[in-house]
Design a protein around this ligand. Sequence first.
Ligand code: NAG
Ligand code: NAG
Ligand code: NAG
Ligand code: NAG
Length: 655
Amino acid sequence: MAIRNRSVGLSVLSLVSSLSLASAKLAATGLTVTLNDVYYYISPFSSGKVDVPCGSLSAVPKVFGFKPVAIVNQGDVAQEDVSDLFAKWATIDDVFQPAFADGVFLAGSGVSCPGPYRNSTKACEVKAASRSFISLQKSKVPSGPYFLEVATGQVYPVYRLYEDFAGAFMESVLPTPDGGFQVLSAQIPGSAALTIGVPSRLYFTKTAEKPLAGVRLGVKDIYRIKGMKGSNGNRAWYSLYPASTYTGPAIQNLIDAGAQIVGLQKTSQFANGESATADWVDYHAPFNPRGDGYQQPSSSSSGAGASVAAYEWLDIAIGSDTGGSVRGPAGVSGLFGNRPSHGLVSLDNVMPLSPTLDTPGFLVRDPYLWDAANAALYGSNYKSMAKVKPKYPTNIKTVSFPTNPNQNAAAGIVTKFLSDLTAFVGGTANPLNLATAWAASTPAEAGGASLSEFLNTTYATLITKEQIELVREPFYRDYAAAHDGRRPFVNPVPLSRWGYGDTIPDSAHGEAVRNKTIFMEWFNTEILAPSEDPAECSSSLLLYIQSSGGLSPRNRYGSVPGVPFGFSTGRASVFSETPDHVFPLGQIAVNSTISQHEEFSPVGVSVMAAKGCDGLLVKLAQDLVEADILKVPLAGSTVEGGPIIRRRMAEMRDY
Ligand SMILES: *[C@@H]1O[C@H](CO)[C@@H](O)[C@H](O)[C@H]1NC(C)=O
Ligand SMILES: *[C@@H]1O[C@H](CO)[C@@H](O)[C@H](O)[C@H]1NC(C)=O
Ligand SMILES: *[C@@H]1O[C@H](CO)[C@@H](O)[C@H](O)[C@H]1NC(C)=O
Ligand SMILES: *[C@@H]1O[C@H](CO)[C@@H](O)[C@H](O)[C@H]1NC(C)=O
C-alpha cells in the first residue's frame, strides 16, 4: 500500500515537473477567411516582411490581425496605372480579386511620398482614389495578393479554397519551407468533400529553369512525398505507416521545375483495376464529371482523371500506368493522357504494382503543358519535339477500327479522325490484326503458340508475383507485428489477384518475363520499328480505340473480381515498352439511364509509336490542335465545357 502510494506520488511529481520544464510547442496550421464571400486560406509560412507605416491602411478590413493587400513589384508601374494591372490579374488568376487591391505595396519608384518625406527611405502611405499605396524600397516578395499581419509586417501567401465535389482527392497538400509538405488545414462547405487550396498564379514566373512554375499538380496517392502519409488506396496502410521522409525523384523533378502540388489523389487499391462502386470498399470511387456524372471514372488513376476533367483550377495530374491506369481514365474523362515508354525515370519511393511494367504518366487538357511536364519528369530521356519540325510517319496502322462511319456515332468520329490524320501526315491507313501478324511471323522462341496463348497469363503473373513480394509481404508482416498477428483489410480485387499469384509457381515469373521480352522484340521490329530519321523517330503509328463513349454507369452491380487474363491491344504497349498516348477526339450524345436526359460521353483514341518516340506523339497532338483536327478539351460536364450537373436553386425548400 505504502509503496503504491509512493509510486503514485512520484508519477504525479514527474508529470508536474515535465509540464513546467517543457516549453509548449505551439504552431499555426493556417487560417481560413472569406473575402467578399470567397474562401481563402492564409498560409502559416510567411513570404517576407514589409514596412508598414504606423496607422496606415486604416480603411482596409482586418481579421485576426490580417489585412488583404497586394504587392506590386514592377518598379515602372506608377500608382496611376495599377488599375489596368489589377484588371489583368483578375483575368489570369482565380485567386486574386480587386478587394486585395485596396491596400497596395508598390516596390520601387511607384509612389510619390508627400512633401518632406519625398526623399525619405521610410515607407509612406499615399491615398489615391479609393486605394491606399505604401511605398516599398525593394521587395523579394513576388507580386500578387497577400494577407498582411499588421503587427509584424509579415506577408503570407493566399490560397483560394475549392470544394473537391468529384471526390478525387485523398488529402490536401501545402508546401513547407523545408522542401516538404503538410496537409493544408482548411474546410469549406461541401458534402463529404475535402477542401483543396491553390496558390495565386501571380507568385510564379515561368523560366527556362522553372518551366512548370506555378503549375497546379495533383499527385496519385502511390507517389510518396516528404512529410505526407500515403495510403495506396488502403486504410490500414495509411494508418500503419508514418509520413514519408523524402520525395521520390519523379515527383522531385516536377517540384524542381516549379510545379505546385495541391493534393494527393485517389487510386484504386494498390493501383489494381477496380470498378465503381462495389470494388471500392476502403474509399469511395471518384466521380467522373462527364455526362450524367455517374459513369465509371475508370482506374487506377481515377482521381487524376476525374479532377482534371472537373476542375479548371487544376492544371495537370500525375498518375501511373501498368496495364492501362492512365489510358483508361483519360479515355472516359475526355483528356490527353500518356503511358510513356517504359523506364524513362526512376520510380523510387513509388508503390510498385510491377516494376517490369510500371510507368508514370500525366492526365492533362493542354498539350503544350503536357510536353513541358514530360520534359521535366523524364529529363533527358524525353525527346521533346517542341522546337523540331517532325516528319510524321505515313504508315498509320489501325487495330479494330470501324469501317462503316455510320455504324454508330462513335464510328463517325473515329473514322473522321483517321481520314483527317492520314491527310495531315500524307499517309495511308493500314488495318492490322495483331494475332494474324503474329501468326505470320511467330518468333521461333514462342514455340508456335498463338498470341493469346503466349500472353494469356503474362500480365497477371507479373503484377501478382511482383506486388506480392514488394508490397503485400512486407505490409502483412508489419501490420501483423503492430496488431498482434492480425491481417489488414484488403479490397476484393487486389486480394483475388494476389490469391491467383499464390497459386502459381515462382518459376512462372521468369517465364512471364521471357514471354514479355520475346513479344517486345517481335513487336518493336515487326510492328512499331524505330525510324532511322530522328525527325520521324517511328516507322509507323498504331491507333486503336480507347473509349467509344458507351454508357457504363457506376450503379451497376459488378461481377465477382477475376484475374486479368488474356491479351488485348491495350497490352501491346505494356509488354513492348512503347509509348501509348490517348487523344480526346470528341463526344457522342447518349441517353442516360440515370438522368433520363441526353448527355455527352467522350470518345478517345490511343496513338502508339516506337519506343522512345514520346515527344513525337505529344508534338502530333499539338499539331493536330493547331490544324483544328483535335480540340483542347475543357473541364466540365462535356469535353466542350458546360456546368457539371450540380446546379443550385435560389431558394431553400421548406418541408
Ligand atoms: C530630394 O532629392 C533631390 C535630389 O537628390 C533634391 O533635388 C530634392 O530637393 C530633394 N527633395 C526634398 C523634398 O528634400
Ligand atoms: C488463360 O488462362 C486461364 C488461367 O490459366 C485459363 O482459364 C484460360 O482458359 C486461358 N485462356 C486462354 C485464351 O488461353
Ligand atoms: C509463356 O509462353 C508459353 C508458350 O510458349 C505458355 O505456355 C506460357 O503459359 C506462357 N507463360 C506466361 C507466364 O506468360
Ligand atoms: C434518346 O431518346 C430519344 C427518344 O427515344 C431518341 O429520339 C433519341 O434519338 C435518343 N438519343 C440518342 C443519342 O440515343
